[in-house]
Design a protein around this ligand. Structure first.
Ligand code: F6P
Length: 324
């Protein structure tokens, strides 16, 4: 393999830059030419591509976001869009791809690989940590720490005013950010999409807290929870508890997507970027590089897309015990 392309796609995640850096520097080390493709599949279709050198990735290991920019391309979902992308890659002589992203990114790569045979190796980049085939995804640790910082701050004011706070964290259909930030932030309860927490249980938890003279509470709601958004959950609770209960809602939103990556994410991203590149060189295709039990592993895209990544229910049980 003489020439490859690298791109980021889907929601950005802190550590994506460290991953791009590892791919580019790894390629330079192995004597392979590397092209950066801007805005993911959109750039592939538009031919928005540039040659990257070692210096192209200087001074980015510490930066959030992605220097290659990111997008969710509708055109790549069409056969015409993928044909155009293929023609552009052929024109440039690109023989393999490193795709940094999540489920949607790998679904696109798998279809493209099956249609045109271009080998692609993925590196999991998403704050959601919802990918089978790796213990952690790039950006998750930073997002948890960002959420935790906000939770700690909210706890101060919640305690001063004897308030109940419902804090909504991101994760799409996954409760990983909620569980980890909830444990670290000492939340009273964590509501996640994987396990139903009925409103009655939330009410019961609050009432038990009051009976033990607890004057403030923090409830973390994952954005994909079945009972609704943090705002909706708060409305339901208001209707069922003491009318004097002082309830507030905070949605952390995209703050969780930005900021400098944690040391953990920079190291993970470096390992996965280099792992994806060296996998590609060794002949891997249509697989995602992941780290499981500290070992580098490759999992077929098909499995990362299809198989669920279950949440550890023991952790949810622990939240309840520790909030007694
Ligand atoms: O997948 C990352 C993520 O931040 C999810 O947690 C969230 O549901 C979604 O992306 C938000 O997407 P957008 O940035 O397009 O609003």
């Amino acid at each position: 393999m003489k020439r490859i392309g690298v791109f980021t796609s889907g929601g950005d995640a802190p550590g994506m830059n460290a991953c791009i850096r590892a791919v580019v520097r790894g390629a330079v080390y192995h004597g392979i030419e590397v092209f950066g493709i801007r805005r993911g599949y959109s750039g592939m279709i538009a031919g928005d591509v540039y040659k990257m050198e070692s210096y192209s990735v200087s001074n980015i290991v510490q930066r959030g976001g992605t220097i290659l920019k990111s997008a969710r391309s509708k055109d790549f979902m069409t056969p015409e869009g993928r044909k155009k992308a293929y023609e552009n890659l052929m024109e440039l002589g690109i023989e393999g791809l490193v795709a940094i992203g999540g489920n949607g990114t790998f679904t696109g790569a798998m279809i493209f690989g099956n249609e045109y045979g271009i080998p692609t190796v993925g590196a999991p980049g998403t704050i959601d940590n919802d990918l089978y085939g790796t213990d952690y995804t790039i950006g998750f640790d930073t997002a948890v720490n960002t959420a935790l910082d906000a939770i700690d701050r909210i706890r101060d004011t919640a305690s001063s005013h004897d308030r109940i706070f419902f804090i909504e964290v991101m994760g799409r259909d996954s409760g990983y950010i909620a569980v980890q930030s909830g444990i670290a932030g000492g939340a009273e309860l964590v509501m996640v999409p994987e396990v139903l927490t009925p409103i009655s249980e939330v009410v019961e938890t609050l009432k038990q807290g009051w009976s033990r003279s607890k004057s403030s509470s923090i409830i973390i709601v994952a954005e994909g929870d079945e009972e609704g958004s943090a705002q909706e959950v708060a409305e339901k609770i208001k209707a069922q508890v003491d009318e004097n209960a002082d309830i507030r809602v905070t949605t952390l939103g995209h703050t969780q997507r930005g900021g400098p990556p944690s040391a953990y994410d920079r190291i993970l991203a470096s390992r996965l970027g280099l792992g994806a590149l060296e996998g590609l060189i060794a002949g891997q295709k249509n697989v995602m590089a992941g780290i499981i039990n500290n070992d580098l592993v490759y999992t077929p895209f098909e499995d990362t897309i299809r198989l669920p990544k279950p949440i550890n229910e023991d952790l949810l049980r622990m939240v309840k015990i520790l909030s007694v």
